[in-house]
Design a protein around this ligand. Structure first.
Ligand SMILES: *[C@@H]1O[C@H](CO)[C@@H](O)[C@H](O)[C@H]1NC(C)=O
Ligand SMILES: *[C@@H]1O[C@H](CO)[C@@H](O)[C@H](O)[C@H]1NC(C)=O
Ligand SMILES: *[C@@H]1O[C@H](CO)[C@@H](O)[C@H](O)[C@H]1NC(C)=O
Ligand SMILES: *[C@@H]1O[C@H](CO)[C@@H](O)[C@H](O)[C@H]1NC(C)=O
Ligand SMILES: *[C@@H]1O[C@H](CO)[C@@H](O)[C@H](O)[C@H]1NC(C)=O
Ligand SMILES: *[C@@H]1O[C@H](CO)[C@@H](O)[C@H](O)[C@H]1NC(C)=O
Length: 373
């Protein structure tokens, strides 16, 4: 009996430790939620965050990440499950920031790097199909960036090469000979330590085990595992043994509190977007990909001898892996824009992104789940 009571109290304490002392915080009511390993300077005490994961609020109640060598970025979203943070430039000129970008001193890494060449061209020679970086261009000079050496070479007679440097990108493949549009997207950075994926996958929340060690523990909010057994014990205690009424009252209040919070703590797998907490200035950009059922609902064909795609522009190259289609290749199509890709390439992409890698269109909500071919 003593053991049960101790266990019960321990359970209460662990909840208080996880939710009471380190409450989830945010800069404004509809901004992203900040929790371990991140910490908002101010509302959350130092032991609530892992070193290097300080965030702060700017004077417009936006969440700010300060990178030691590259300055301040605004945070669009944090995916605690995939350990990704999505940041953008407050002046909407990410390419300019990328020209002098250095992650050293921070716990974050880029998924991959591509060498991009930045070129400065007289505006009148820039063809309309090339995307210029507007925030670096003016009426006489256009700045553009390309990952393709052949394009950079072909332009080098009329343009001046500013610099070639590795740029962090979120996708290890280079899709097409695309110009700078990829650089205008938000920057997605990953962290590996602390490793909380397993804990998050189980619906838990990571935190320091004790106040003064770096050891990470997993705190359980949901009605699985430890708290289920604690709940059963709680019932047994209530039904069969008289506990001091004060403990009982405290237990009920705490239980109600935990139960009440559960909708906010939705398990990431159940509804990934809720945990991503993407803010909405650009609703099409979201950190999460699509689920398998949605991906599987997009049309898939095995290419015949004629090599003709059933719909859309008849391109013969997969823009993700840049290899040409062969007959018998299995292709998949994004319904919103009829762009086709190798099924292996696009499935991998869609698990991480919910937009087309070529045109950045999101499959319209009407298509999601409704198209079954
Ligand atoms: C994070 O906050 C703590 C406590 O305020 C401070 O000691 C530390 O230097 C901060 N780290 C960074 C990288 O700003
Ligand atoms: C917010 O802070 C920036 C500098 O960090 C300043 O330029 C701007 O005027 C401030 N805006 C308001 C509304 O206080
Ligand atoms: C980033 O900064 C560190 C320290 O300041 C420096 O050693 C490193 O060379 C820099 N990296 C790049 C790519 O500039
Ligand atoms: C970028 O270019 C440098 C120098 O040409 C080369 O060493 C490096 O491997 C390239 N990086 C990538 C990611 O292609
Ligand atoms: C445009 O920018 C270039 C350098 O980036 C500068 O030399 C030129 O004077 C600018 N032209 C105008 C009209 O501002
Ligand atoms: C954690 O330690 C700090 C000082 O190191 C102290 O101020 C704080 O109250 C402690 N928090 C808990 C929950 O023990």
């Amino acid at each position: 009996m003593d053991n049960l009571e101790t266990f019960f109290l321990f359970f209460l304490l662990s909840i208080i430790h996880a939710s009471g002392y380190c409450p989830i915080s945010s800069c404004s009511r509809d901004d992203i939620s900040v929790r371990f390993p991140f910490r908002l300077e101010g509302p959350q005490p130092q032991y609530c965050g892992y070193p290097g994961f300080n965030l702060s609020c700017n004077n417009q109640s936006k969440t700010v990440l300060k990178l030691p060598c590259s300055g301040d970025f605004l945070v669009r979203g944090i995916n605690y499950l995939t350990q990704q943070i999505q940041v953008y430039d407050s002046d909407n000129c990410l390419p300019k920031r990328l020209l002098s970008f250095n992650l050293s001193g921070s716990p974050f890494v880029a998924a991959a790097y591509h060498n991009y060449t930045f070129l400065s061209c007289p505006t009148q020679i820039v063809e309309s199909r090339l995307t210029t970086i507007d925030c670096l261009s003016n009426s006489t000079t256009s700045v553009l960036a390309t990952a393709s050496m052949s394009i950079a070479d072909s332009l080098s007679t009329s343009c001046r090469i500013i610099i070639t440097l590795p740029i962090p990108v979120s996708w290890p493949f280079q899709y097409g000979e695309e110009f700078s549009s990829a650089l205008q997207d938000d920057l997605r950075l990953t962290w590996y330590s602390p490793a909380c994926e397993e804990c998050e996958q189980q619906g838990g929340i990571c935190g320091f085990k004790t106040n003064n060690t770096r050891e990470i523990g997993c705190f359980d909010y949901s009605n699985t595992g430890r708290s289920t057994s604690a709940l059963q014990i709680f019932r047994v205690i209530c039904l069969s043994v008289a506990i001091p009424s004060i403990v009982l009252a405290a237990g009920i209040v705490t239980f109600a509190f935990v139960f009440d919070r559960r909708p906010q703590q939705t398990r990431p797998q159940a509804n990934q977007t809720s945990d991503t907490a993407t803010v909405s200035p650009q609703p099409t950009i979201s950190m999460v990909g699509l689920d398998e059922a949605t991906i599987e609902s997009y049309e898939k064909v095995v290419l015949g001898e004629s090599m003709r795609l059933p719909t859309g522009p008849n391109n013969n190259t997969c823009a993700i892996c840049l290899s040409e289609y062969c007959s018998k290749d299995t292709l998949r199509c994004i319904p919103a824009c009829n762009h086709w890709f190798h099924v292996g390439c696009i499935d991998k992409w869609l698990r991480m992104n919910n937009s087309c890698p070529v045109c950045r269109n999101s499959p319209s909500p009407g298509h999601i789940g409704s198209q079954n071919v």
